[in-house]
Design a protein around this ligand. Structure first.
Ligand code: HEM
Length: 141
């Protein structure tokens, strides 16, 4: 599991606070971008994405809060990864989701992201996706 430096944690937390303070429905925007890039996955989701957006925002919040020690939320993350196999998610989808999430955060965070914030988010999103994919798809083999 990735370990984050104090500085990386600070960069993610600080920019995430800017994003939340903007109340700009960034998760809705994320799904808009995702469905534009990967139209085939739209059918995996319920018609109304509102609830889903809230759950994604809550999960991101949980991840950001626990970056200093991801082990605390490891079990729920792994269980979520297992549920995602049932939703039809593949490792390739994670790559599309990871990049769409990253691009949405860059786009929707007030004042954009500084270079260290970019690096820190990149690592954080990659780490979560690696955990989920590494767990869910090694179970099958
Ligand atoms: C960073 C990776 C991801 C995170 C943090 C994430 C987060 C979530 C959360 C919190 C939920 C709510 C339900 C639950 O907890 O099981 C959810 C549902 C869902 N996710 Fe993800 N997800 C990720 C990647 C993906 C990928 C790669 C796909 C594939 C397209 C996907 C497809 C879905 C679908 C279809 C649902 C809705 C299921 C339903 O309500 O019927 N997710 N996701």
């Amino acid at each position: 599991m990735s370990e984050f430096t104090q500085e990386q944690i600070w960069h993610v937390t600080r920019s995430f606070n800017r994003l939340k303070a903007a109340h700009n429905d960034f998760a809705d925007e994320f799904y808009f971008i995702l469905f534009e890039r990967a139209p085939a996955v739209r059918a995996f989701f319920p018609d109304h994405i509102c609830d889903q957006s809230r759950k994604l925002e809550e999960t991101l919040e949980l991840v950001v809060q626990n970056l200093p020690n991801l082990a605390v939320i490891l079990q729920p993350i792994l269980e979520m990864a297992e549920r995602h196999v049932g939703y039809g998610a593949t490792p390739e989808h994670y790559e599309v989701v990871r990049v769409a999430l990253f691009d949405t955060i860059v786009q929707m965070t007030p004042f954009g992201l500084s270079e260290p914030e970019v690096q820190a988010w990149d690592l954080a999103l990659q780490s979560i996706c690696d955990l989920m994919v590494g767990h869910a798809y090694s179970l099958a083999s």
